[in-house]
Write a protein that binds this ligand. Sequence first.
Ligand SMILES: Nc1ncnc2c1ncn2[C@@H]1O[C@H](COP(=O)(O)OP(=O)(O)OP(=O)(O)O)[C@@H](O)[C@H]1O
Ligand SMILES: [Mg+2]
Length: 564
Amino acid sequence: MYALIRAYWPEYRHYRGKLLLALVAMLMVAGATAAIAWMMKPLLDEVLIEKNTTLLHLLPLLVILAYLAKGLGGYAQIYAMNHIGQDIVRKVRDRLLAHMLHLDLAFFHRHHSGELISRVTNDITRIQTAVSTSLATLLRETLTALALVGVVIYQSPSLAFVTLVVIPAAYVPVDRLSRRLKRIAHAAQASSAELTSNLAEMFANVEAIKAYHTEAFEARRFADVNRRFFGVSMKAVRTNALVVPVMELFASFSAAAVIYIGGRQVVEGSLSVGAFFSFMAALLMAVDPIRRLSQTYTQFQDAVAAQERIQAMLALAPEVKSGAAELSSVTELALDRVSLAYGEQVALREVSLSARRGEVIALVGASGGGKSSVASLLLRFYDASGGRVSLNGRDIRDYSLASVRNRMAIVTQRVHIFNDSIAANVAYGANIDPERVIAALTKANLWDYVRALPDGIHARLNEAGTNLSGGQRQRIAIARALYREPDVLILDEATSALDNASEAAVLDTLRALAPEVITLIIAHRLKSVEIADRIYLIQDGRVQCQGSKAELMRDCPHFRELYR
Ligand SMILES: Nc1ncnc2c1ncn2[C@@H]1O[C@H](COP(=O)(O)OP(=O)(O)OP(=O)(O)O)[C@@H](O)[C@H]1O
Ligand SMILES: [Mg+2]
């Protein structure tokens, strides 16, 4: 818990004014609460017993004033602390997301999107509760409890001694419960992440669920996860619910002792009735802040668990590290006996290939051979586990990641459409220049379609591009790649969903662009690779044959088999 507060302490510096406001407000709450308890004494001793009429008129006013101060203080403090907490958490969320986005692609393959969503939403919310509401409660209730304890001691030091020895004893069992709660909180957060993962996956794959008619199957699977979540949540509830009764039981011990000892002092005449009642009022009023303190303590345990998970994520560093050199243009690329392994799975073994500006090279071969892996290496989604990938003769790892990726454009097997206009999807991330957007769309053979739309290039695409056909989506992706004016253009199955006419148009575009760029085409269809100067046949992670189409037809049995 202290680690949590310490971790966020520096953040509070930016909110000095609001913190001061919160502190003054808390003092008001604590002072007013203690004053209310203290007023019991004059009420009983002066008004009820001595029949003092001046005080009779004054005390009701003071009571109203005290509650007014308590209310105002409470309001101001909740506002100020929540402002601070929400704002701190907003920054942490930004930082966490920016950090996550910079992690390797492998990280995103390892973690389910639902789990990551849960980190950025649920876990952060837990911390927000801790750094705003819970921290405020902690301070305010501590101050209030201290003020009430002050009244208790003031009214009767000897009685106070009895009580204040008993109350701290209650912390031992509460502490034990809290440790247990922390463990359960971890499990509950994991379980809630599992729930989100499951949901994210289902909604992403809803087409398959419908097509395979697996609604009931998925619902059952979800029900299992949901039941586990219920189990963990109930465990937390059971432990949580124990805290208050345990605290109260201990409080009752001290109340019993006070009634017995204090009552005897009043009977003997060593304590006034008013002082005794004020003492009792302060003590009973102290139960509430102490109970709230223990609840806050459990909330903190929740937040500590969340903080540990977030910290673990922030501690992750990308394995693909950016170099220092800036890559201004690419005139030559080469793989020199490059190997690549995804964990255990070896995807490429000693692959060598090269291309110069103006050349078109093609990678062909059976599915799973390793073609897309070559593209991943060029974009540095992964680093080679052996051999060397070089650009302009220099190791690709020397260049900054941003400059490498700036000079390349890839159209992959999976098309990514963002929930924005066509123009924004084509220019993606860069300034939108309508002229160039139209030029890119024309080259991708999609302009005729877009022009006919009522909003033209400003027509909105919905997420996943479900208002486009598969081939249209693919051409948006091609236009996006062309818009970047890259030095290296990688088309990984980029024309697989196109009809013959569109494919021919895109191939014409590629042919026209070819002198200016290095083109890498990955395709299954023979027609797409016909424009290549050199074809590499990749099978089982190795280059089996290489050469022009005619050479491969003549010398490479694998190639003949592929296009028989
Ligand atoms: N992220 C990954 N993690 C683990 N293994 C992977 C990953 N990506 C690819 N692989 C494995 O590496 C091998 C090569 O995959 P790759 O995607 O390069 O094949 P490909 O030639 O592009 O196939 P296709 O023609 O089907 O697209 C496959 O056996 C695949 O299972
Ligand atoms: Mg592939």
